[in-house]
Write a protein that binds this ligand. Structure first.
Ligand SMILES: [Zn+2]
Length: 81
């Protein structure tokens, strides 16, 4: 894995310092049926393009960061909220 994740607190770091937290996507509304929750939890778009993801800097600052990563090339953009 030859890419760096640019943590806003620690700078560019090896992705092995992080835990992948999954895709950023909107949770179903309260009261949604079981299928909606199963789709949310277990099915992912996983398209060969940019997707927004959560990463936890386990061996660094301990913050969650949101990045936009091209899952085919690993090009990364930090998402400013
Ligand atoms: Zn950090």
């Amino acid at each position: 894995m030859a890419f760096l994740i640019d943590c806003p607190n620690c700078g560019g770091r090896n992705p092995y310092e992080f835990n992948f937290g999954g895709e950023c996507k909107r949770a179903p509304d309260q009261g949604a049926d079981m299928k909606a929750w199963c789709d949310y939890l277990f099915f992912h778009e996983n398209m060969p393009e940019f997707q927004d993801e959560w990463w936890y800097h386990t061996m660094g600052c301990g913050d969650w960061i949101k990045i936009r990563r091209n899952i085919a090339t690993h090009e990364i953009k930090l998402i400013e909220d």
